[in-house]
Design a protein around this ligand. Sequence first.
Ligand code: GDP
Ligand code: ZN
Length: 321
Amino acid sequence: MKSGPTVRGTVIRIDAGQSLVDTPAGVLRCVPRGRLASDRPTSKRKDSRSQSPAEPTLAVGDHVAVVVLEDGRGAIEDVEPRRTKLSRRAVGSGKREQIVAANVDQLVIVASLASPPPSLNLIDRYLVAAGRGGLQPVICINKIDLAVVPAELAADLAPYEELGYPVHWTSAATGEGIPALRDRLRGVMSVLAGKSGVGKSALLTAVEPGLELHSAPISAATGKGRHTTSFSSLLRLSGGGYVIDTPGIREYTLWELDPSDLDSHFPEIARFAAECRFSNCAHRHEPGCAVKAAAADGRIPARRFASYTRIRNGLEDEALE
Ligand code: GDP
Ligand code: ZN
C-alpha cells in the first residue's frame, strides 16, 4: 500500500493490536510497523523467552511518528523517548511494573473537604509518587461548598505551597476555583488521582463541559473487573493539553521505591538529613539524628514527619515481602 506523509502524534488509546493516535491530521487508527510490530506484547509464551519483563512497546501518552496510509489509517514507525512514565504494580502479578502512561507532566492530587474527609497522608504518598515519576504535583481540595475550611487544614496545607506544590481550592458544584484549575491543566498532560468520590470526574466535567468520560461509576464491588483496557485512554482538552481519566490510576501507588530514597521526596526532611550523624540514618532511634530534632521543635512540621515515618515503614515492609 502506498503511504503518505509522516506526522507526529500522541497515543490516546490502546486496544488489542491497534491504537488511536491524535495527530494534526486528526485522530488516526494505527497499527505498529517494523521494529514496533515485531515486539508488540502478545502471548505469554512469547514473553517468557526473556526473563526481564520487556518494556511495553507503546503506552498511552507516547509521542510517535505515524505514516498516513492510503486508506486513512496510520502506521506507527517510531516512538520518541519517554520524558516521564507513570507506573504501578500490575494487577495480580506480583511486583511487575505496568506503565499506566508516558510523558505525563502533572499529577493532580484531588481530595475533598468533606465526604470523604481529606487524608493528608494519602496526599503525601501521592507527592512521593509524583516526585519519583518526575511529575509536577498539584494539590486540589474540592467540595469547598460543603463546609468552611477548618483553620487546621489551612495551616497543614500552607507548607506545601512553600515547598512548590500549588494548592487549588475548588467546587465542581458551584464552579469556584474552576477557571484557575482549567489554566493549570492547559497545554500539559495531566492525570487526576485521589480517593473515589472526591469529585475527579465532576472536576473534569466542570473544567470541560461535554468531555466524554468513559468510565462508569466505580464501586468497590466491581473493583475486580477493571483491568488494562479501562485505563488506556487520554482525553483532549479544547484549550490544549490532555487529561487521563482512568479508574486504573486511582490505585496508583508507589512502585518499588528504596526506603533510603524517601528523604529526597520530602524536601524539608532532606534538608536536615544531611546533618544526621549517620549518612544512612533512618531517622528513628539513631543518635545524632538532626531530622528528629527538627521535627521535635517544629522546624519540620510534625504531621509531615509522621507521614514520612508511616510511608517509610510501609516501604520497608514491602521490601521484605
Ligand atoms: P470521583 O470518584 O473522584 O470521580 O468522584 P465524582 O466526580 O464521581 O463525584 C462523587 C460525588 O461527589 C458525586 O455525587 C458528585 O456529584 C459529588 N461532587 C463532586 N464534586 C463536588 C463538589 O465540588 N461539591 C459537592 N457538593 N459535591 C461534589
Ligand atoms: Zn536522622
